[in-house]
Design a protein. Structure first.
Length: 225
C-alpha cells in the first residue's frame, strides 16, 4: 500500500480508502494519522487539509462501510426481508473486516451519504413489508440500533483477539471461570450450549428476532386495516 517514490495525489476518497485498507490489514491496531501517512507515503500533516481530526476521518470511513452494506442490500434479489438480511449481514461482515473503524459505530454517528442511504433503504424495505407510521419508526430504530451496536461489539472482539479468524466465531461467553455453577441451576443445565454461542450467532439471532417481530407487526397492521 505504501507509495514508495510515487507522489500520491491526496483527496478525501484516497485517504478514506487508505484508512480502510489499514484497518483491514492490521485489525488489532488503532488508526493514527502518522501510520496512515506512512502507508500512503505522505507527511501525516497533509491529512489535516482534508480532515480536521481523526474522529472526522473515522466518521467518513464508517460512513463508507455503511454505504457499501446498503448498496449490497439495495442490489440484492428477493423480498423486503431477504434484502434487509443481505444489508444487515453484509454490515456485520464489513465490521469484522475493518474492526478498528466499525468498533466506533456504537458511539459515532456517521451522518454522511452512506449512512443516510442505509436509513433510506431500511425505511423503504420496511414500508414494502407493510409498516407505516409509529410501527415503521419503531422497527427502524430496532434494526438500526441493533446492527450498529452489535456490529461494533463484533469488531471490538476482533480487535482484541489477535490471530483469530474475523468471521464472528469468537465465543460470546468466554468462560464462567471458577464460579460454582451449581448455584445457578439454569446456567448449569445449559452450560455447554451457552459456551458454544459465537458473536455471529448472537448477531443472527438478534436480526431474526427483530425481523420476525417486524413481520408480525406488519401482518397485524394489514388485519386492522
Amino acid at each position: 500500500m505504501a507509495a514508495g517514490n510515487k507522489r500520491v495525489r491526496l483527496d478525501q476518497q484516497v485517504i478514506v480508502e487508505g484508512v480502510l485498507e489499514l484497518a483491514r490489514m492490521d485489525p488489532s491496531s488503532r488508526i493514527t494519522f502518522k501510520r496512515l501517512g506512512e502507508a500512503l507515503g505522505v507527511d501525516a500533516t497533509a491529512m489535516y487539509r482534508h480532515f480536521r481530526n481523526k474522529d472526522e476521518l473515522t466518521r467518513a470511513a464508517l460512513d463508507r462501510l455503511i454505504g457499501a452494506a446498503a448498496d449490497a442490500g439495495r442490489n440484492a434479489p428477493g423480498n423486503w426481508r431477504e434484502r434487509l438480511e443481505v444489508f444487515l449481514f453484509r454490515l456485520a461482515e464489513l465490521s469484522l473486516e475493518h474492526p478498528s473503524i466499525a468498533s466506533e459505530g456504537a458511539i459515532i454517528d456517521a451522518a454522511g451519504p452512506g449512512d443516510i442511504s442505509a436509513d433510506d433503504l431500511i425505511l423503504e424495505l420496511l414500508t414494502e413489508g407493510g409498516l407505516e407510521g409509529a410501527a415503521l419508526i419503531k422497527a427502524y430504530a430496532a434494526i438500526s440500533g441493533f446492527s450498529l451496536s452489535q456490529g461494533a461489539a463484533l469488531a471490538q472482539e476482533a480487535m482484541s483477539s489477535e490471530g483469530v479468524a474475523r468471521d464472528g466465531s469468537i465465543p460470546w461467553i468466554g468462560s464462567y471461570g471458577a464460579t460454582n455453577l451449581a448455584d445457578y441451576p439454569h446456567v448449569y443445565a445449559h452450560r455447554d450450549a451457552l459456551l458454544a454461542i459465537s458473536g455471529m450467532d448472537v448477531y443472527r439471532a438478534g436480526v431474526t428476532a427483530i425481523l420476525d417481530a417486524t413481520e408480525r407487526a406488519a401482518e397485524d397492521s394489514i388485519r386492522i386495516a
